[in-house]
Design a binder for this molecule. Structure first.
Ligand code: ZN
Length: 107
């Protein structure tokens, strides 16, 4: 069980990775569904600085990025995101304006 913002959260151990050294690259993070402090225009993901934990929006797909807060320049861990994020993504939603076809209900 994890403590996430003082709320106990139960996760399968297989979804956790324990590391012994702090990250050295920007972490790509999926926007939590209940996020309230992240600007909406940041989209569905953001970056976390390995030097100071500052959050930053993703603009395009940069290989490196400078942190506006601590000034550090770090690589972006896109490969880590690709390996882990897809398992956590909800099923793909249809494009806006389209609704999935439903079978008629026979009564
Ligand atoms: Zn920083």
């Amino acid at each position: 069980m994890l403590d996430v913002n003082r709320t106990p959260v139960t996760l399968p151990r297989t979804l956790l990775e324990t590391v012994t050294v702090p990250p050295r690259r920007w972490s790509v993070v999926l926007r939590p569904r209940d996020a309230v402090c992240l600007p909406r225009d940041w989209g569905d993901r953001y970056l976390t600085c390995p030097g100071c934990r500052n959050r930053a929006p993703t603009r395009g797909h940069p290989l490196t990025l400078g942190c506006p807060r601590c000034g550090g320049v770090y690589a972006v861990g896109w490969d880590e995101f690709d390996l882990t994020a897809h398992a956590a993504l909800p099923p793909a939603l249809p494009p806006p304006g389209q609704t999935p076809r439903q079978r008629p209900v026979l009564r």
